[in-house]
Structure formats: C-alpha cells, structure tokens
Design a protein around this ligand. Structure first.
Ligand code: NAD
Length: 486
C-alpha cells in the first residue's frame, strides 16, 4: 500500500521546525516510493541544536536519577503501543524483512527496559575503602555534558537506543543525527522520546548527510561523540576530534567477520549458521560473515550444501514475512557490492560457485541482489577478502589445521564477530583465546546481540562497547570526597 510521504522536521529545544523538502528517503524495495522528505540541517540549526542540549544539561543532570529512569519506563510503554507501526516503517524505509524489523523494535525495547532497571536501582557511585581503616571515599559517576549520537541506517531504531539510553539516563543531553537513509525511523524515535516526557532540549534531532554529522563533530561544545557506522567515517571523526583534549569518541565500526567450520562440526548446523551469518539482512549487518573458513577435508561437501541452500533463499518484498531477506539499501550500495563481485570474477585461481549480483532493473523497481559465493585459498592481496563488502557476498576458504584457521582469521584489519562450529571444547577455547574479535558465538551464526552484553569489536571494528552493561563512555568519575571517620 502506498502511504503519503512523511514530513521531515528537526527538533530543537523541544520545538519541531516547519517541514522542508531538502532530501528524500526512498524505499529500497521500490525506489519510486518516497517514504519521506526531510530538511538538511544548516550550520545555524546544528549550532542551535547543540546550544539547546547545552542549555538543558544543568537541569537534567540535577534531576534525580530515578526520575530520569521513569521517563524510560514511559518510553517503553510507547514503544510497545507503536511496535508494529515502527516495524512497518522500518521495513519500508531500510528494506529489512518485517520479521527482522519486529525483532529490532523488541531489541530497542529491551534496551529501554534495561536502562530503566539500571536507573531505578538509583546507584550512581561507589563507597570505596581506604588503606586507613577510618577513611572511605565516595567515587561518583558524572555525566559529561552534550553527547552527539551519529548512527547508521542498518539498525535505525535499536542502535540509537543503545547510545541514547545510557547517555540520557546518566544525565547527559543529546543531539541525535540519524542516517540520511533512515531519517523517518529516527524522527519517529524522537517523537516517542518527547511523548514520554523527556524535557525540552534533552534530546534534539538534526537530519542530513555526513556534512551535518561533521558539523556536530566539529562543535567543541560536544563532549562525547557516540558513533556507529563505517570505519572510514569513524576514523574521520576520530581525526576531527583529536585537537579537543577532553573529547571522548566511541566508534563502533565495520567487520570482516568469519565463521570457522571445524572437521568435527555438526554438518547441518554448520551450513545453517553459515547461511544465516552471510545472508540474513542481505549481508548488511556489521556482524555479517563474508568469510567462511572450512576445514579442507569438509570443503567440497560443505560448498555443495551451502550453494544449494543459498539458491533457495527468497529475496523480496520486506513486508512479506515469507521472504528470507530484502533488497540492499540503495543503488550506490548495489553498485559497490557488484564491483567487489566483478573483482573476484576477474581474479585467477578463484572459483565462483554462485554468480549472483544485481537483479536487473527491468525485473524489479528495487535494489535487489542475489548471493555471490566463491571459493579461494586464503590470499591477502584480494580486497574483497579484506574489506567490508556489506552485501550478499561470501568466500569459502579452506584451512588445514586450527593454527592456520587462526592465522587466516586474524589476517584482516577488523575484529568484530566470530562463530566457531565445533563439538570440541578445547578447540573452541583455543579459538576464543587466539582470535581477535569482540563477540564470539559457538554453534550459532555470528550475528545477534543482547542488550545486557557488551557489543563491540577490536582493531578497525572500534574502540567502544556502548552497551548498558558498559555505560563506559557516557560517564566520567570523580573522587567526590574522602571522609575521615576517625
Ligand atoms: P556510514 O559510516 O556511511 O554512516 C554512518 C553515519 O555517519 C550516518 O549518519 C552518516 O550520515 C554519518 N556520517 C557520514 N560522514 C560523516 C562525517 N564525515 N562526519 C560525521 N558523520 C558522518 O555507515 P552506514 O552506511 O550508514 O552504515 C553501515 C556501516 O555501519 C557498516 O560499516 C557497518 O558495519 C557499520 N555498523 C557497525 C555497527 C557496530 O556496532 N559495530 C552496527 C551497525 C552498523
């Protein structure tokens, strides 16, 4: 069903700006469908949003932690009320299958509930003993101030909540810039925050592309930048922030994730885990696997089963829950993925097992692609094996023994998620200790997240773990006082 386009607005100091049509959000399932028209924030508007957050900060930080938490309780109720509408909007705007969108709304809800629970405990510091028996100290958690939250399109509801939730609970105020590819979901989220009673200025919304993000990052009144997105952009944000001595940047970035299928693996489980890791969300999760390392004695059999399963996957309308996955986010992404496919096709010594790629525009108005699967010995000179492709593109790579699997695994500059498929505890433990990654899975796909567990990686995958469990970047500590009871 065709819905009227959403009117995009900025939200500054609790006020919604008049709508403006500077850019469009198009549905990747049918690029003729306009999901909404949005204003690109001007430098003056970005500055006003930061000023509003700065102004709201003193009162918000002085608000009781328990009252701040109560706002999250109300937010949770509103998310439950609107969960199906949010999921449908997300499916239309970013092309993920509706079942995944529903799961993402639930993940966002879990984060809000978790933040409420942590906040309701009311604990905001520790009493710490001293070497001298009569002395103890109170170490207090303190908010930083204004937090900029800059997020990607692929988890447009849950990822902002992973960052906004802990930030606001701890007494920071925020300026949120959602991805220019999913502004409608971002705007819906801010509407819910307002309705839940977060005071004006505690959360401000600016729309626009990377230039708007960059204006935010360059503003010295922003104390913390919480970023999730690609390595290239994260690196740029870190560089721009370097001259600011007390700027905190938490960057959650891309991956070049792997599934390691050992000789003792349960075969069907290994195929299933590989398929879900590579193709769920059309390969567009930060934790998606684009490398499946298979013991050399298993590879022929594995490749046959993997390819025949991949052939049967249905990529189609995101609102039809019978489809396995939807399109890729836009034509530029499709073209980028296809460039990696072409590079692999043209590389001698590489065997293409399933020659997928873009579905022709004559057949679909959307950005659909089918799986591209190839088999190759490990080679570190092929960019497709080292860079994040972010699409339905996967390599099957043989290994001889566990040591070689570790070497191949670690021979990339990312380290986000890893799945090991094996029945042997000692082997699993070896991979756990030797492989460089942030989130490990055993006998499971390497995708998935739970809000009470740290989520993040190492190397180019990032320096932050902005989970509710972590709450690290959004607070500082001060030894508020030391008392002598003697
Ligand atoms: P992206 O890096 O292109 O954009 C992310 C955000 O940064 C957007 O809001 C964008 O407008 C903004 N931006 C772009 N240039 C900027 C600049 N110079 N200064 C400030 N902001 C700027 O990423 P994307 O295509 O939206 O999302 C996909 C990427 O996100 C993938 O690399 C994926 O792996 C990663 N990701 C990581 C995680 C994680 O937790 N590690 C989770 C989801 C997605």
């Amino acid at each position: 069903m065709l819905l009227p386009p959403i009117h995009g607005r900025l939200s500054i100091a609790g006020e919604w700006s008049p709508p403006r049509d500077d850019f469009e959000s198009l549905s990747p399932a049918d690029t003729a469908q306009v999901v909404g028209r949005f204003p690109q924030a001007t430098p003056e508007e970005v500055s006003a949003a930061v000023a509003a957050a700065r102004q709201a900060y003193p009162a918000w930080r002085r608000t009781s932690r328990i009252l701040r938490a109560e706002c999250f309780d109300r937010l949770a109720q509103l998310i439950k009320r609107d969960q199906e509408a949010i999921a449908e909007l997300m499916a239309r705007e970013c092309g993920k299958n509706i079942t995944e969108c529903r799961a993402e709304v639930i993940e966002g809800l879990h984060m809000v509930q978790y933040v409420f629970g942590v906040g309701r405990q009311g604990i905001y510091g520790d009493v710490v003993a001293s070497e001298i028996a009569e002395k103890d100290s109170f170490v207090r958690r303190k908010p930083w101030g204004v937090v900029a939250v800059i997020t990607p399109w692929n988890f447009p509801f849950a990822v902002p909540l992973w960052m906004l939730g802990p930030s606001l609970l701890e007494g920071n105020t925020a300026v949120f810039k959602p991805s220019e590819d999913t502004p409608a979901v971002g705007q819906k989220l801010v509407e819910l925050f307002h309705e839940a009673g977060f005071p004006p200025g505690t959360i401000n919304l600016v729309h626009g592309d990377g230039t708007v993000g960059e204006l935010l990052v360059k503003d010295p009144r922003v104390q913390v930048v919480l970023f999730t997105g690609s390595y290239e952009v994260g690196r740029r944000i870190q560089e721009l922030s370097a001259p600011l001595p007390d700027r905190i940047v938490a960057a959650e970035m891309g991956g070049k994730n792997a599934v390691i299928v050992c000789l003792d693996a349960r075969f069907d489980l290994a195929v299933n885990a590989g398929i879900l890791s590579a193709f769920k969300t059309t390969g567009q999760r930060c934790v998606s696997a684009s490398r499946i390392l298979v013991h050399e004695k298993l590879l022929d059999h594995y490749a046959e089963a993997f390819v025949s399963t991949a052939r049967r996957l249905r990529f189609g309308d995101p609102l039809d829950e019978k489809n396995f996955a939807g399109p890729v986010i836009h034509r530029a992404a499709l073209e980028k993925i296809e460039r990696y496919n072409a590079q692999v096709r043209n590389t001698p010594g590489v065997e293409v097992l399933l020659d997928g790629g873009p579905v022709s525009p004559a057949q679909t108005p959307g950005c659909y692609m089918t799986p591209f699967i190839y088999r190759t010995p490990w080679r570190s000179d092929l960019p497709a094996l080292r860079e994040e492709v972010f699409g339905p593109h996967v390599a099957l790579i043989p290994f001889r023994d566990d040591e070689e699997a570790v070497r191949i695994h670690n021979d990339v500059e990312y380290g986000l998620s890893l799945a090991v498929i094996s029945e042997d505890y000692r082997r699993i433990r070896y991979f756990r200790e030797e492989c460089e990654y942030g989130m490990g899975y055993v006998n499971l796909p390497c995708i998935g997240a739970e809000v009470h567990l740290p989520f993040g990686g190492v190397k180019r995958s990032g320096n932050g773990h902005p989970s509710a469990a972590g709450l690290i970047e959004v607070v500082t500590h001060k030894t508020a006082w030391t008392v002598n009871h003697g």
